[in-house]
Structure formats: C-alpha cells, structure tokens
Design a protein. Sequence first.
Length: 260
Amino acid sequence: MRKPREMSRQNQYGLSYTAMIILAIQNSDCRVGKGFYNKALKVGDLYGFLKAHVRPFKDMNHAQWNQAQRVIRHSLAQTSYLQRISYDEHGNWKAVPSKGNADKGSLWTIHPSSNDTLKKMESKIRKILKDEYVEIFRKFAVNPQAVGEMVEGTWSWKGPDKLPLSPSEARVHQRRLRKSSPSKESTPTHRSTASTPQDQPSQRWDPPTELPSLSSQFSNGDWEYGRQVPPPISPWKQVGCVYSDGSGKRFYVWEDPNVN
C-alpha cells in the first residue's frame, strides 16, 4: 500500500522558503533602486525577519534553526530570480555574476535571470504566492493579520507586534558605504536642456534589456512596468525614466529624498 504523500519541507508552512524570502525582501528597509527591484537584504536580515514572523522558526531549538538556515541559503542559491548585488566604487549597485563569488558586502534582491523575462519571473512569483498557500501560511504566522500586508509589501520592516525592527544589516551597510564613497558633487555631470523625454541623455541610466522591476502587486508601487504610477508617499520625487529597446514603454523611477 502506497504511503500518503507528505508535504515537501519547502512547503510545510504553506509558503515555500523561496516565497518567505520574497516576503522579507519586499518589506525591507534597505532601498537600492535604479536598475534593480528597489529593496534588498543581507542573509542575516532574512533570518531575523523570518524568525520574528514565522512561529515554527521562532520555536525551533538551535539545531533545528541551523537546519532551517541551511534551507534558506539553499533556496537563495537555487532560485534564479534571487540575485546578489554589491556597491561599486562609483556608489552604484551592480549585479554579482556568480552567487558563489559574491563579496561579503553583497545583498540579495529580486532580479530576472539572464534566461528569464520580467513577465516570466512575475509569473513564477505569483505561483508560489497563490492565495491557497498564503492561507495555510497564516496558521504559522506569529501575527496572521500581518500576512496580507507582508504579501503586498506594505507591512514594512516591522515585527509581528507592529513595532519597528532594528535597522537591517543591509541598511546599515548601505549607509556606511555611501558615507565612504567619493562625493558625487565633486564629479561634474552634464545636464541636458532638452525639453522632451526622448531627448534626455541615456548614459546616466544603463538599464538591462528587461528592466528588473516587479509589478505593483509585488513592488508596493515603487516601480511599475510599462507606465507611470504615482509615488507611494507624497515626499517622493521622480528622478528619471528609461526606455526599453524600441518598445516605446517608459519606466519611471521614484526616489525618497529623505533616505540617505
């Protein structure tokens, strides 16, 4: 007699480890933007956020938690659209070609692989965040009422009690790098006097063929694929737009001037 099929370890809490990683990144306090989905975290931040919000993780003993951490790291390494980025000498974020060779300053973000389009990536994410999986996950959440906002990316960097978590390692690292990088004010830049978007200089932006931003369902409105959207909060300002390869679609970038 065939034994009943057990739920995969990856899905024993309703959401897979990859899906839970997506939730953590979507609610990160570290914004990178400009060429990438604009939130990112370090591995330690993923551990902290998930242990705070997922009851089974919170209740694990030391050996069990070590095993869970290994599964999280394995999920990062095996998921094509979870990519590492690092800060270059010019103060810009760049993709790290090899996950294994990334330096200690690298962060994890959401980014289509070279073999994927943005739409394919979004389709994969929608599949692992199906409503039925989310409903099962609620049973394992420390605060079930927070799950909906976590999926939408609007819960932000808070614990299940709605109190802010300590600043993420990614955020602290980002601030340190920005303070130590050469001042951009000392570097002369060319500013165009063109009056139309088509005449704006393109060398400032260097986007990939498929702009790696998620749709509003996953990006909390910070980026929108193919059309302009209002900024999520009033102080935000539009800092530029880029164009895809001849498609005519415009990609608008919003930036919070209050974030250093």
